[in-house]
Design a protein around this ligand. Structure first.
Ligand SMILES: Cc1cc2nc3c(=O)[nH]c(=O)nc-3n(C[C@H](O)[C@H](O)[C@H](O)COP(=O)(O)OP(=O)(O)OC[C@H]3O[C@@H](n4cnc5c(N)ncnc54)[C@H](O)[C@@H]3O)c2cc1C
Length: 592
């Protein structure tokens, strides 16, 4: 017996007349629940419309170029008629493509090597991924693409983790706004004045949220396409092959053959700073953009603190930074930090290095802050605490699974991202430094490949870029001078000053520099540091050079477009190689 069912456009966020840009099926096709049928493209995002139920398409009601709104009929499918009501599937998945607990592995799936426990949960997966950040969703998707049956558990309201929701992405949207403001301001000196910016916080916040939303929808859609079952709730291990998931809807269990722990990290709280006063915020609070405080204290001169300081300074706050270490961006080479320090020293109210916050006292008039040393007490409208992040490794019940967690909350892993329990892996922030999204993603791929039985999968990455998206930007990759000196690593350095770059001068960015570190004997590239506009983009070339074992000669012989900032990488390599003509050539002079 069959019935027919009209497939209509679901809620698409209130958009009307949205064009169909792709039709993925034809009349006569048989589709499964969750298969994408058409792609719509609103001004905000491209979105797939999935089949709400499996069946045979007997009529297609739209073509590319048609415009549709919520409720428009897209297709008619023939479905098996349901007798006897609801399925007895106990799977806790709220996603429409939830598979029953007994779903067999796709035929292409590799044999699940770990075998799994004997006890079955309400749902069962060949691979359970706990946490849907850039590590978790990348691992889940890679594993699904390799044929594994995957359940992804997330306690947050949306997928995407810290990075998409309250980290990399919203911060970059606000930093873009900040850059437009300060670039426009800087042009006044060169004869182009725009006047003071008019800031509509609600619109700016809405735009930032729209960017986040678009990416979250993208990840949600890709999970459906790959038939990754997303289970909402907080997961706790109750055994080596069992996870308990608790949400407002109750508790369910997921049994698994393999697991990847990708639970990320959270902000560190500072003793002596109240946690119950909403004028004290962390990075998540800062990204909410509730207001533009008159006086803002940023505790922590690391990347996250300085990025937020860049935003609020551009929006009009008087910013003070307090940092325990003796430099801003601890970990970066001092010569790279100097142009940033020089700029913010002129713009910000104060920068206190080698200084500790002793106490923050909540008063009606503001937050009174006591500092260590000679720094005078001061009162601020808001205090942003950005003193680092703590891994989410404790409180997951990992001991019940036999997995070791160190005293800081990191889960220890080997080069296959395996914990001490062979079928449980860990990736991303919870698996160690550096706490960066791209490191989490790369680890996610490796862990998924190892579990799927890919023979050569291992963590053998030579260089991971770090970027402070400040103004100016600072980026480094591979060996830094700080680490080379600390560890007695032999190196030579070639620095190309942007004051000699035509493009940098034309962009009013002459304070920048690009430096390459290389092996004095073999001339292999060991690392790079860049400060200046787009620094994060520029180190990518050096990352490739390091991975490919290139020498400075290889980079010097690579033709870079003129005039670009990327040329500075080639010119630093020419300096190292002794072939530079854009600067005096000391190597050539020595041999004359
Ligand atoms: C303001 C800010 C800006 C940043 N900017 C950048 C940047 O520009 N570039 C960059 O590379 N990095 C940046 N980072 C760091 C980056 O966000 C993290 O390194 C990255 O998100 C780590 O990814 P992850 O997958 O390990 O974990 P996360 O993204 O932290 O995701 C972990 C997920 O696990 C979930 N979870 C935790 N415990 C449980 C549980 N028990 N049950 C179910 N779910 C659970 C969490 O809800 C979360 O969604 C920034 C961070 C912040 C705070």
């Amino acid at each position: 017996m069959t019935d027919t069912l009209e497939i209509k456009v679901p809620d698409i966020g209130g958009f009307e007349g949205v064009p169909v840009v792709e039709v993925l099926v034809a009349t006569g096709d048989t589709v499964s629940e969750g298969d994408s049928l058409i792609v719509l493209e609103s001004e905000k995002a491209a979105m797939d419309v999935p089949a709400p139920q499996g069946g045979k398409i007997v009529k297609l009601a739209v073509a590319v170029g048609d415009e549709v709104s919520q409720g428009s009929v897209l297709a008619v499918i023939e479905v098996a008629s349901v007798e006897g009501g609801a399925s007895s599937d106990p799977a806790p998945d709220t996603a429409p493509d939830a598979a029953p607990a007994s779903t067999p592995a796709p035929s292409s799936a590799p044999a699940a090597p770990a075998g799994g426990g004997t006890e079955r949960g309400d749902a069962h997966a060949q691979l359970l991924v706990l946490g849907s950040g850039p590590g978790g969703y990348a691992a889940a998707f890679r594993a699904a693409d390799l044929g594994l049956d995957v359940v992804l558990v997330e306690r947050g309201e949306t997928v995407g983790g810290v990075c998409l929701n309250v980290g990399c992405i919203p911060s970059k949207a606000l930093l873009h706004a900040a850059k437009v403001i300060t670039d426009a301001e800087a042009m006044a000196e060169h004869g182009v004045g725009f006047g003071a910016p008019k800031i509509d916080l609600d619109t700016l916040r809405g735009w930032k949220e729209g960017v986040v939303d678009q990416l979250v929808q993208g990840v949600t859609g890709m999970a459906k396409q790959r038939k990754v079952r997303v289970v909402r709730g907080a997961g706790t291990f109750t055994g080596p092959h069992m996870l308990e998931v608790t949400s407002s809807e109750g508790t369910s269990t997921v049994s698994f053959d393999h697991a990847i722990v990708a639970t990320g990290s959270r902000p560190v709280e500072l003793p002596g700073v109240p946690t119950d006063d909403d004028r004290v915020i962390d990075s998540t609070g800062a990204l909410e953009l509730a207001d533009v405080p008159k006086r803002l204290l940023v505790i922590g001169g690391g990347i996250i603190g300085l990025e937020m300081a860049t935003v609020y300074d551009a929006l009009g706050s008087k910013v003070t930074i307090v940092e325990l270490a003796s430099q801003l961006v601890p970990g970066a080479d001092l010569d790279l930090v100097k142009p940033l320090h020089d700029r913010v020293a002129k713009r910000y109210e104060a920068i206190h290095l080698d200084t500790k916050v002793e106490e923050v006292i909540a008063q009606k008039a503001g937050l009174k802050v006591r500092f260590s040393g000679d720094v005078k007490d001061a009162t601020f409208d808001r205090v942003l605490v950005a003193v680092g992040r703590r891994p989410n490794g404790a409180d997951l019940g990992l001991d019940a699974a036999g997995v070791q967690v160190d005293e800081r909350g990191f889960v220890t892993v080997d080069e296959h991202l395996r914990t001490n329990v062979a079928h449980i892996h860990a990736i991303g922030d919870v698996a160690g430094q550096p706490m960066l999204a791209h490191k989490a993603t790369a680890e996610g791929h490796v862990a998924a490949e190892v579990i799927a039985g890919e023979e050569h999968a291992a963590w053998d990455v030579r260089a991971i870029p770090s970027v402070a998206y400040t103004e100016p930007e600072i980026a480094w990759i591979g060996l830094t001078e700080t680490v080379a000196k600390r560890d007695g690593h032999a190196y030579e350095v070639a620095s190309f000053p942007w004051s000699a770059s035509g493009r940098a001068l034309a962009m009013d960015a002459s304070a920048g520099k690009t430096k390459l570190l290389f092996d004095p004997e073999t001339k292999h590239v060991l690392g790079a540091g860049v400060v200046g506009s787009g620094a994060g983009e520029l180190v990518a070339e050096v990352g490739l050079a390091i991975e490919m074992g290139a020498t400075v000669e290889d980079i010097a012989a690579t033709v870079h477009a003129h005039p670009t900032l990327s040329e500075s990488v080639g010119l630093a390599a020419e300096l190292a190689h002794g072939t530079i003509t854009d600067l005096p050539n000391r190597r050539a002079a020595r041999s004359r």
